[in-house]
Design a protein around this ligand. Structure first.
Ligand code: AMP
Length: 422
């Protein structure tokens, strides 16, 4: 496989797919530029090697071209971070983009408009009336798939090489994240540095496991994590299921959970998971006590209770001290750790203690040589909030992409660059 370090970019144009999907405030100021900064090593490497850049990205989920999601709003900041004036094309496949891309000289940079202004990027028809027949839907889908080919080829025609550095969208088989790779031979497509790091981190957790391997799955709902939990059962030694999911398990086992969050249609599933864990010899670690509140609010009255003895009118919003101790013991004895999802409603300061204690235990284990991977939006927010992002082995930028990779699914963005099927 070609790599960014081996490729000679001198005099070459590179189409780089990045994930510049950054949050903007109402005045179009970037409130968190982490994603732009994460792509800088790749972009700078190509420029310093004498190449020029055509940068493609999406921003938000527009249903067509709209000022709100224009990438022109981030142009100034990208220029500042790259330390060079970045040109802008207000389209992706029109005359302007084509002319500007053709005129690019070594060291120059062109940012294309939001790729998702075009239905062809995602390859899904837009603006269909609700009452259209299945036939019409099929025809519309076929039409957009057809024009997607031209869209993809046009983007590819701007450049000599394709670089994918957008791990956040690697689980999507979109024009610029996957299909475009077909237009370049093996020697002219590669991962950017960010993507390389992400792929390595995932591979380490999936295939190169030092044991014991502990996964900490938190968050609100079992239903959204079921596939990954099942997949992890054949990989881990310890599985900590925490956060709002706890109470579905507690109720399934006959506990009293008061007003805690629960998925009543997943009680059977919870029991099945407990059984499966037993069969596979996985130690399933569930909370034993909770910090409970009399309202879903940071200012609610609080007390502690066993997870199965929560009075009516009260709900569990974080784990208790006994549970913190149990989790910490398991984590500190681990050699590989995956953390996805908080132990409680960490957005409320009064319910961050549990997540913080998990973070601290992971930091300690990492100091003793464990490999720790933190991923998924909320756990990343946690490690940033607690100031421990640089004390764990790897913080993934991908939410959905990371989880799908760990579920064992093929990520189109990765497979396409490797020339594999997806
Ligand atoms: P997810 O998006 O599934 O990873 O879930 C993350 C969300 O779960 C966060 O916004 C937390 O506030 C929420 N959460 C964690 N624990 C609880 C709980 N005990 N009750 C309600 N929500 C929770």
């Amino acid at each position: 496989m070609q790599t960014i370090d081996n490729f000679n970019f001198a005099g070459k144009k590179a189409f780089v797919r990045v994930d510049f999907n950054v949050p903007l405030d109402e005045n179009f100021h970037i409130t968190d530029d982490t994603r732009i900064r994460a792509a800088l090593p790749t972009l700078k490497k190509i420029l310093s090697g004498g190449g020029s850049l055509i940068i493609g990205s999406h921003l938000g989920r527009p249903k067509g071209a709209t000022d709100k999601y224009s990438l022109k709003h981030i142009l100034g900041h990208v220029s500042e971070l790259l330390g060079t004036d970045v040109q802008f094309a207000s389209d992706c496949i029109g005359r302007e983009a084509a002319d500007k891309a053709a005129a690019l000289k070594s060291g120059e940079v062109l940012l294309l408009e939001n790729l998702r202004f075009y239905a062809e990027e995602e390859g899904k028809p837009r603006g269909l009336a609700e009452d259209v027949s299945d036939e019409e839907k099929k025809a519309a889908k076929k039409a957009v798939k057809e024009s997607q080919k031209t869209f993809t080829k046009t983007l590819a025609s701007y450049a000599d090489a394709y670089v994918n550095d957008a791990f956040g969208t690697a689980h999507r088989a979109h024009a610029s994240t996957a299909l475009i790779a077909d237009s370049f031979d093996t020697d002219h497509k590669m991962f950017g540095y960010l993507m390389e790091k992400e792929v390595k981190a995932v591979e380490k957790v999936m295939h190169d496991i030092a044991r014991p391997f502990t996964a900490i799955m938190g968050g609100s709902k079992v239903s959204s994590k079921i596939e990954i939990i099942e997949n992890l059962l054949s990989k881990v030694d310890n599985l900590i299921i925490t956060g709002g999911m706890t109470y579905t398990f507690t109720k399934a086992q006959g506990g009293k959970i008061g007003n805690s969050i629960v998925e009543n249609d997943k009680l059977e599933l919870a029991l099945e998971l407990i059984k499966k864990a037993e069969e596979k010899g996985v130690k399933l670690v569930l909370a034993v006590d909770a910090k409970i509140a009399d309202a879903f609010s940071n200012d609610a009255n609080t007390k502690f209770a066993p997870v199965g003895e929560i009075p009516d009118g009260w709900e569990g919003l974080d784990i208790g001290a006994e549970t913190e101790k149990i989790y910490a013991e398991v984590i500190k004895a681990s050699k590989t750790i995956l953390w996805n999802g908080p132990t409680g409603v960490f957005e409320f300061e009064n319910f961050t203690h549990g997540s913080r204690s998990v973070g601290d235990a992971i930091v300690e284990a990492t100091k003793k040589g464990a490999f720790s991977l933190v991923g998924g939006g909320d756990s990343v927010a946690c490690v940033n909030k607690f100031g421990i992002a640089d004390k764990v082995s790897y913080v993934s930028t991908g939410g959905g992409a990371l989880l799908e990779a760990i579920e064992g699914k093929t990520l189109p963005g990765i497979a396409a660059v490797k020339g594999e099927k997806y």
